[in-house]
Design a protein around this ligand. Structure first.
Ligand code: HMG
Ligand code: MG
Length: 302
């Protein structure tokens, strides 16, 4: 098996990770988390979302968080922008990349962003145009790429359709997202293959929630296809408020442990990453949702 020699991880903890937390997390804590992630060697961090505060109150402080971080050269900071209003607020904070988020499921599109898939593409079109004109990179997320909380199984053809539509409006990179973590390796490979019909290998990433404990297996299955970009979340934080029952993303610590064990480079210092995960987990009053982090923390304590 010819695995990639380097893997790039986007830590989505500050955004996907915290958006679902019920109690407000102060902006200063979010900023500190970003600082700790970059100190651990993360070069891609999804910081926040410029969405409606009525829909996702936890992200209402997006501008303050972006203003608070001390930027480090070589690190790219991304933010979610569902529409032009979000983009216009986001651009003032100088993100390196914006993320438009669509879905392969009509029902999820309606629940999450209050419009159909077709309508979402029309909303994204001017956002993508403006970002590209401003030299800001554009990523697209394809939610419910294998399964949907409302529609059940999702056919790869749906993923291919959204990838085609996103490619048509100039989205430069797509993330194939298993929003509710129901995917298994072959289903995930089929969803990735569908996106690969419209995007090159370097322009497709995996975004796997770990609800059913399949995310590491799905990551390995993606590596087998040559996929080398993944979204992961420190301490396994995460979940979407509009995908009931879904738990966090695969923990960055677990993915880094697996990759380093396979001789694949990430540029990340696992010990410092574990400290970052412990910091936010302590704040939230629980243990990190990462087997590797808990094992290594227990070893340290012993
Ligand atoms: P809408 O209600 O249809 O929007 O929501 P609207 O254009 O009709 O505007 C209604 C109100 O929202 C107005 O305010 C607007 O100003 C305001 P009012 O006049 O009532 O006071 N508004 C905004 N405020 C701030 N920022 C904005 C914005 N847009 C409108 N950008 C909308 C449409 C998209 C805004 C809403 O549905 C929304 O915010 N949804 C976000 C849901 C979300 O953040 N979900 C989680 C992220 S996606 C995810 O987690 C999945 C992912 O991880 C991949 C995976 O795992 O699948 C990426
Ligand atoms: Mg997600």
């Amino acid at each position: 098996m010819n695995y990639p020699s380097y893997v790039r991880l986007v830590d989505v903890g500050p955004r996907d990770g915290l958006q679902n937390e019920k109690t407000p997390v102060p902006a200063a804590i979010k900023v500190e988390l970003v600082q700790r992630l970059q100190a651990a060697g993360l070069t891609e961090i999804e910081v926040t979302s410029f969405v409606s505060p009525k829909w996702v109150p936890q992200m209402a402080d997006a501008a303050s968080v972006m203003a608070g971080i001390q930027r480090q050269p070589g690190v790219r900071y991304s933010v979610l922008t569902p529409n032009l209003q979000g983009y216009q607020a986001a651009v003032l904070t100088q993100p390196d990349e914006i993320v438009v988020f669509g879905a392969a499921s009509e029902a999820f599109s309606q629940k999450n962003i209050n419009c159909s898939i077709e309508e979402s593409i029309e909303r994204f079109r001017p956002v993508v145009q403006a970002a590209v004109a401003a030299g800001i990179a554009v990523r697209g997320a394809i939610s419910c790429a294998v399964g949907c909380p409302y529609e059940g199984d999702i056919a790869p053809e749906r993923v291919e359709m959204v990838a085609r539509l996103m490619s048509g409006i100039g989205v430069q990179h797509v993330g194939v997202a298993d929003t509710i973590g129901v995917g298994t390796p072959l289903k995930v490979q089929r969803a990735l293959d569908a996106a690969l019909k419209h995007y090159a290998l370097d322009q497709v990433s995996g975004h796997f929630h770990d609800t059913y404990g399949m995310a590491l297996a799905n990551t390995l299955a993606s590596l087998e296809l040559g996929i080398w970009n993944f979204d992961t979340s420190v301490a396994g934080l995460g979940g979407c408020p509009y995908a009931k029952g879904a738990t966090g993303n695969v923990a960055t610590e677990d993915v880094v442990y697996m990759l380093h064990g396979m001789g694949i480079e990430t540029g990340i210092d696992l010990d410092q990453l574990i400290d970052a995960g412990k910091f936010i987990s302590d704040f939230l009053g629980r243990k990190p949702h990462s087997r590797a982090a808990n094992a290594l923390l227990a070893k340290r304590a012993g």
